[in-house]
Design a binder for this molecule. Structure first.
Ligand code: PMT
Length: 408
C-alpha cells in the first residue's frame, strides 16, 4: 500500500461534484487522509454531510467559517501533500489561472506549495473555449497538472468531451504523486508509449492496436520511485501520469523528433511505443473521395527510432527496447537486441490473447545482447513495470541514486 498522504480534495460547482464522494472513498481505501474543501456552488450539488461522514473531517467551504480562531487557509495549504480539484469548473480554472483568492479553496491554492492537480468537468463548448484553453495553458506552465476530461454523455444530454473521468482513472493518474519514494531521485527517465498514426488523408490513418498501457505503467512506476519522467506518447485515452512532462505526438516522425530532442538529457530511455514501420508516401491534403475502384496506397519505411537513439547513446545512458513478437524465438530476440543496440530488450508475445496490445496484463521476457534471458512472468502491466525497472536497475547499477554517470 502507498504511504499515507494528506490529500486536499477541492470540489467546485459542477454537476459532477457528487462523484467526489467516490474519489474520497477510493483515496480512503488506499489509506490517505482526505480533507474536503467545497466552493459555495459545489455545495448545491454535493451532499456535505456525506463528505464529512466519508472523510471523518468537516467539509470546509467559507473562508471566514474556516478560520476557527486561526488562519485556516494557510494551515490547510501547509499540511496538504497534494491538492486534487475534482471536478474543476470553468469558473474555478479561470480563478486559479488569474490568481484570484475570493474563497477558501482559491486562497488555499494560492498559499500551497504542494502539487496541484485539476480534473476539469464541463460542457464540451466551454472546455474548448479559447479562454479556458488559454487558462489551462497558463496552469500547465505553472506545473499544475490536468487530468483531461473524457468523451461521453454530458449534463446537457449531448455527447462530447467534458465528462469527469471515473474515480478509478483519477486515482490512477495521481497514483505516482501519492506513492512517491526517493529511490530514483535525480534520475531522468524518458519513456515512449502508445501507437503512431500515419495519415492517409485528413480523415483516415494507418495505426496499430497499442493502447499505451504498458508505457504509461512504466512512466508511473518511474515517477513513484522519484525519477523525473518525460513521456512521449502517441494517441491514447489514458490520463497523463501526474508529475510527468508529456509530449503528445501522432506520427513516427514526430515521435522520432521528440525522442531525439529529449534523449541527450535523460539517463534511462525505454521505448515501449508501437512505432509504425511504414507511413503513407503521399498523404492527400483533402479527403480522398470514394471512386468505386480499389485503392493502391504506396508505403515508405519509417525511421527506426530505437536504432537511431542507440547510435547517439553516451556512456552512462541506458537504453531499453520492447519487442512485439508472434513467435518468441530466443536466438532471434538476442539478435534483435544486438541489432537495435539496446542494453535490454523486453519481449512480449502479441499473438496470445489476454496479454500484449490493449490488455491490462502482459508476459515479459528480458533478453540482453550478451544472451541473458529472464522471464519476468505474467502479471498486470503495472506490476511488470515494477519488475522491469528493478531488473533494469540491477543491470545498469548507477553507483548511487544521485550519482548517475554523467553523459552530458
Ligand atoms: O500499448 P499497449 O496496448 O499496452 O501494448 C504494449 C505493447 C505491445 C505495444 C508493448 O509491450 C510493445 O511490445 N511495444 C513495442 C512494439 C513494437 O513496435 O515492437 P517491434 O518489435 O516492432 O519494435 C522493436 C522496438 O523498436 C520497440 O522498442 C519499438 O518501440 C522500436 N521501434 C520500432 C519501429 C520503429 N520504426 N522505430 C522504433 O523505435
Amino acid at each position: 500500500m502507498a504511504s499515507s498522504k494528506r490529500v486536499l480534495l477541492g470540489i467546485t460547482g459542477s454537476i459532477a461534484a457528487y462523484r467526489s464522494l467516490d474519489i474520497a472513498r477510493l483515496l480512503r481505501q488506499e489509506g490517505h487522509d482526505i480533507q474536503m474543501v467545497a466552493t459555495r456552488s459545489a455545495l448545491r450539488f454535493f451532499p456535505r454531510l456525506n463528505g464529512e461522514v466519508f472523510t471523518g473531517h468537516p467539509v470546509y467551504s467559507d473562508l471566514f467559517d474556516a478560520m476557527g480562531g486561526g488562519v485556516r487557509h494557510i494551515e490547510l495549504a501547509d499540511k496538504s501533500q497534494i491538492i486534487l480539484i475534482a471536478p474543476a469548473s470553468a469558473d474555478f480554472i479561470a480563478k486559479l489561472a488569474l490568481g484570484l483568492a475570493d474563497d477558501l479553496l482559491s486562497t488555499i491554492c494560492l498559499a500551497a506549495t504542494c502539487p496541484i492537480v485539476i480534473a476539469p468537468a464541463m460542457e464540451e463548448k466551454m472546455y474548448f473555449h479559447p479562454a479556458i484553453q488559454e487558462h489551462l495553458k497558463t496552469l500547465r506552465a505553472r506545473r499544475v497538472q490536468e487530468i483531461p476530461p473524457e468523451k461521453g454523455p454530458l449534463a446537457s444530454g449531448k455527447e462530447g468531451v467534458g465528462r469527469l473521468p471515473s474515480p478509478e482513472r483519477i486515482l490512477e493518474a495521481i497514483q505516482p504523486s501519492l506513492n512517491v519514494s526517493d529511490a530514483w531521485s535525480g534520475i531522468r527517465v524518458l519513456v515512449s508509449a502508445g501507437p503512431t498514426y500515419e495519415p492517409i488523408d485528413p480523415v483516415r490513418f494507418l495505426g496499430n492496436r497499442s493502447s499505451g498501457k504498458m508505457g504509461y505503467a512504466l512512466a508511473r512506476e518511474a515517477l513513484s520511485r522519484g525519477a523525473a519522467v518525460t513521456l512521449v506518447t502517441g494517441p491514447t485515452n489514458i490520463p497523463p501520469p501526474v508529475g510527468a512532462r508529456v509530449f503528445q505526438i501522432e506520427t513516427a516522425r514526430e515521435m522520432e523528433e521528440n525522442m531525439h530532442r529529449e534523449f541527450p538529457s535523460h539517463d534511462l530511455c525505454i521505448m515501449a511505443a508501437a512505432v509504425g514501420d511504414y507511413r503513407i508516401s503521399s498523404p492527400t491534403i483533402s479527403k480522398r473521395k470514394k471512386d468505386g475502384k480499389d485503392w493502391e496506397i504506396l508505403l515508405c519505411e519509417n525511421p527506426d527510432i530505437l536504432s537511431g537513439l542507440s547510435q547517439k547513446k553516451k556512456k552512462g545512458q541506458f537504453l531499453v527496447g520492447f519487442a512485439a513478437e508472434t513467435e518468441m524465438e530466443i536466438p532471434l530476440l538476442i539478435g534483435k537486441a544486438t541489432h537495435k543496440g539496446v542494453d535490454i530488450l523486453l519481449a512480449n508475445d502479441v499473438s496470445r490473447s489476454g496479454i500484449g496490445f490493449s490488455s491490462d496484463n502482459n508476459d515479459l521476457t528480458l533478453v540482453t545482447p550478451s544472451g541473458e534471458v529472464l522471464a519476468l512472468g505474467h502479471d498486470s502491466k503495472q506490476v511488470l513495470a515494477g519488475r522491469a525497472l528493478d531488473e533494469i536497475w540491477n543491470r545498469w547499477k548507477p553507483t548511487a541514486p544521485n550519482q548517475v554517470p554523467k553523459h552530458e
